[in-house]
Ligand binder design. Structure first.
Ligand code: ADP
Length: 605
């Protein structure tokens, strides 16, 4: 707990001054709140002792001035400070921190370690941090200060009465903490059902079409209502039991205030204090309990937020697993020579806490271990600059893994990958990736214009001329669907613009790779989802664009690779054959099998 508070304090370092200033303002305004009762006491005393009217009015004016200062002026300064130095700036700082954390992770970390979970941890954690911060600033701190200051003031005015209030408050707070612990399990159950119902609700919204197609409206509604009914039943039961304790809580506050007042009256009768002092006793002792009613709820909220905040802070500490060396090599113009030397690779083990903890997870452990076998074993090959090579093999053989290692999505487990003779680990990654074009199986499209989507990977986007854009559009056959684009390259595509078919997305992907004028072009199963016509079009595009650059084609379908200078056959993470189509047909059994299967499937090659 202490560790996490320290971490939060560290995280909010740029805002410490503003936060401390806010705390001081809150302290001052809470101190000012103690003053009016003193002035009221003076008014009462001066009225009782029939002092001149003006004297009493002076005190009334003083009450007004203090009230104005504490409520209006201090509130204004607090709001001003919060808006000017905290509200928007903290949001900007935290959201940027989140995005920069996600961006700092390697491709492998983002795809392999369940990025959805990371996003949810970041979202929930950020939300919880924000809510906890406002709760603390504007609710918890004022209440605590008010209580502490009221007790101190009471102790100063009369140590005996002060101690009574102190013990009353201590008893009250202990009872609240005791109750929260006693009902912890029940409240957690309510929380769990609540979350489950939310999930059910979202699932219905996401799957409306499926529900309707299967005529499951009534069942879905019933299932959802069952969840809510459970929540109602348990909620009523637990909260009625919980609420019965409010009698005890309220009782403690009222009895304490009663004792203080009774003793106060006695002290006034004894002549120890003026009658007006009763106003002070009454106000301060009730102020000590004011707001305490909310601390039970707050404690529960903090407990809930705490879980999200802990996960969030832990995530912020995860280091990227791919790091550049201190002075990386910047090859301004890569030639495109690629070498894999004795490369072995194992995907990092996916850490899944639920799997690890559950007994089902333990049972599955054997299976998980199997999934973690080496994806590549002692791979050796060399591709000359400008060569066009292909990797073929069954699905799961390790072809895409080679592409992943080539862009340093992961670091090799053993051996080395070299580009133009330089170990990829020593390269300036940004400079390198700017010169590599990758066309993946699924091309990601942003809700931006076609132009922005194409030039996405270019370092200096302003330098791209319309001629360059048109050239790559022609090469990647984008002109064939340009008639659909109302505003040409400025047409919005993606979710909010026109929807692109799989083939069209592929072509955007090719254009995106090409506009970088890359020294190395990688097509990772770029045609596997396409129909024959689209596939043909992409083949033509690949043939046209591969001129003069190292081109690596990863293909499941062999028709894609007919024109390659060299073909590598991959099987179970190993290279089992290399050469031209004719050579492989002669002496590579696995290649012959692949060809035989596909000839049957496709009727041709
Ligand atoms: P191919 O591209 O030839 O179909 P891959 O290179 O994608 O094959 O996969 C090679 C092996 O690595 C397979 O056994 C696959 O299950 C495994 N693999 C691929 N991606 C991951 C990953 N992100 N995490 C763990 N294992 C993976």
């Amino acid at each position: 707990m202490k560790k996490y508070i320290k971490k939060i304090w560290e995280l909010y370092k740029p805002f410490r001054k503003a936060l401390i200033f806010l705390f001081i303002l809150t302290l001052i305004s809470q101190m000012l709140f103690l003053v009016p009762p003193i002035l009221y006491a003076k008014v009462v005393d001066s009225v009782i002792s029939k002092e001149p009217l003006l004297k009493s009015l002076y005190f009334v004016i003083a009450v007004f001035v203090v009230g104005f200062l504490s409520k209006v002026v201090m509130n204004y300064i607090r709001n001003y400070t919060e808006i000017k130095w905290i509200h928007y700036d903290v949001d900007r700082y935290v959201y940027n921190k989140n995005i920069s954390k996600i961006l700092s992770f390697s491709v492998g970390q983002n795809t392999n370690e369940n990025s959805g979970v990371k996003q949810s941890i970041l979202n929930r954690g950020t939300n919880a941090m924000e809510q906890a911060m406002y709760k603390t600033l504007f609710d918890a701190v004022p209440i605590i200060l008010q209580t502490v200051l009221s007790i101190i003031a009471m102790l100063i005015i009369n140590i005996f009465l002060g101690l009574i209030v102190f013990f009353g408050v201590a008893l009250y707070v202990s009872l609240v903490i005791y109750l929260n612990n006693k009902f912890k399990d029940d409240l957690k159950k309510i929380d769990d059902i609540y979350n489950k119902n939310n999930k059910e609700y979202t699932e219905i919204l996401w799957n409306i079409a499926t529900i309707k197609l299967n005529a499951q409206e009534e069942q879905s509604q019933k299932r959802y209502d069952n969840g809510i009914l459970r929540l109602c039943n348990l909620g009523k039961k637990v909260w009625i039991r919980y609420s019965s304790w409010t009698l005890a809580r309220g009782g403690i506050a009222e009895i304490t205030e009663f004792i203080v007042m009774a003793l106060g009256v006695w002290l006034v009768y004894k002549g120890a204090y003026t009658p007006g002092t009763l106003v002070i006793f009454w106000s301060w002792s009730s102020k000590a309990f004011n707001g305490l009613g909310r601390i039970g709820m707050m404690q529960r909220q903090y407990m809930r937020w705490g879980a999200s905040i802990k996960k969030y802070l832990d995530l912020l500490e995860i280091e990227p697993d791919i790091r550049e060396i201190e002075n990386p090599v910047r090859i301004k113009k890569i030639k495109g020579e690629v070498e894999f030397k004795n490369v072995s690779f194992k995907y990092p083990f996916r850490k899944n806490k639920e799997d690890k903890d559950s007994s089902a997870g333990k049972r599955q452990n054997k299976k998980i271990k199997n999934e973690n076998l080496p994806a590549l074993k002692k791979i050796n090959f060399k591709i000359k600059a400008g060569q066009k090579v292909a990797f073929v093999g069954e699905s799961g053989a390790g072809k895409s893994t080679i592409a992943q290692l080539l862009i340093r999505a992961y670091d090799v487990s053993d051996g080395r990958v070299a580009i133009d003779g330089v170990d990829i680990k020593n390269l300036d990654l940004r400079c390198y990736r700017e010169q590599v074009g990758v066309v993946p199986q699924d091309v990601g499209v942003f809700d931006r214009t076609l132009r922005e989507n194409i030039i996405f990977g270019v370092g200096d986007q302003k330098k791209i001329s319309i001629k360059q854009l048109e050239d790559v559009a022609r090469l990647s056959c984008i002109h064939k669907f340009k008639h659909r684009l109302e505003h040409g390259y400025d047409t919005m595509i993606g979710e909010k613009g026109i929807r692109l078919s799989g083939g069209e997305r592929q072509r955007v992907g090719i254009a995106r790779a090409l506009i970088k004028d890359p020294a190395i072009l990688i097509f990772d199963e770029a045609t596997s989802h396409l129909d024959t016509e689209n596939e043909k079009m992409i083949h033509e595009a690949i043939d046209k664009v591969s001129e003069g650059r190292t081109t690596i084609i990863i293909a499941h379908r062999l028709s894609t690779i007919k024109n390659a200078d060299k073909i590598f056959v991959i099987d179970k993470g190993k290279i089992v054959g290399e050469g031209s189509h004719q050579e492989l047909m002669k002496d590579c059994k696995i290649y012959q099998n692949l060809v035989a299967h596909q000839s049957v499937d496709n009727g041709n090659l």
